[in-house]
Design a protein around this ligand. Sequence first.
Ligand code: FES
Ligand code: FES
Length: 171
Amino acid sequence: MTVNGEAVHYRLDPETPLLWALRDASNLTGTKHGCDSGECGACTVIVDGRATLSCMISIASLEGAQVTTIEGLSSGLKHPVQQAWIAEQVTQCGYCEPGFIMAIAALLQASPKPSEEAIAALPNICRCGSYSRIRRAINLAAASTAPAKADVSPTHRLIPLSSAEAQSPGQ
Ligand code: FES
Ligand code: FES
């Protein structure tokens, strides 16, 4: 497969989840290990233009795939979503950040002006409850230059971004 523009041949058990190939074999530790069960979105990367939960897909199914991780999204944090993230001071602990940014980048590539429903459908969870700032960052990124990469649509299940927002005190 290709990871962040470089050809990679993993000599691992073919059933190894992409998450662990990236983190352990490629030392791309920006992709985070959260629930390990497709629930949190911390492990989101972009595979062939689609937001993908890397804990849920084995490397056996990715022969020839184009994989982009947070490390490959841009140089110098220049991607519009990264810029918006900084501008809106979204970061708290930062653990959800790479997965969220990759999911949003994929969303905006597929739909530069995403609907409220599409934003609410992002599967990612922020345990620090930064949902209001995340929402502002999405709006800011959408209002700026269209993201450069991927023709994507998020593949994951629904996430209660809007309902979680309502539960976030002080946001
Ligand atoms: S670690 Fe993959 S969805 Fe949580
Ligand atoms: S900033 Fe801490 S989990 Fe989102």
